[in-house]
Write a protein that binds this ligand. Structure first.
Ligand code: SF4
Ligand code: SF4
Length: 137
């Protein structure tokens, strides 16, 4: 199975070799979508963890035990449904259809964070500022 998570590294934890440990100790496959690591600031990484359910759970608990915050409800990309006017401008720039037409009759747009690969292309192409990211100031 695979789970997408947002890791938040407090400033004093950014030097932790977490990815190495997750691979070696928990036999997990890590797909890093995007990471922002700065020795003088808090760090972020959006990753897919693939492996057995138990190993993923144990790996997440291990990360938490190191003081790393594991967030499964939030991704690096924030889509603001209140700001989105469903203009569709972002659609051709989203490579994974994470932004998609939910209702072909109304052409209402929705966002599927499971499909988002954090390319951040939508941020540059949304005229209404509906997309933002912790990875882009
Ligand atoms: S960050 Fe990339 S993949 Fe995610 S919604 Fe925006 S364009 Fe799509
Ligand atoms: S470009 Fe922005 S406002 Fe237009 S559909 Fe995409 S997210 Fe919504």
């Amino acid at each position: 199975m695979t789970r997408k998570i947002l890791l938040q590294f407090p400033k004093e934890k950014v030097n932790q070799p977490l990815v190495y440990d997750l691979v070696k100790k928990y036999d997990l496959i890590i797909n890093i979508f995007r990471a922002k690591i700065d020795p003088d600031d808090n760090g972020f990484a959006v990753v897919d963890l693939s492996g057995t359910g138990k190993n993923i759970e144990d790996g997440i608990n291990y990360a938490k035990s190191l003081g790393i915050i594991v967030n499964e409800k939030m991704t690096g990309l924030n889509w603001d449904s209140e700001r989105c006017v469903s203009c569709g401008t972002c659609l051709p720039h989203c490579p994974t259809d994470a932004l998609y037409v939910e209702n072909p009759k109304t052409m209402k747009i929705n966002f599927d964070d499971e499909k988002c690969i954090e390319c951040l292309s939508c941020i540059d192409h949304c005229p209404f500022g509906a997309c933002s990211s912790i990875f882009k100031e």
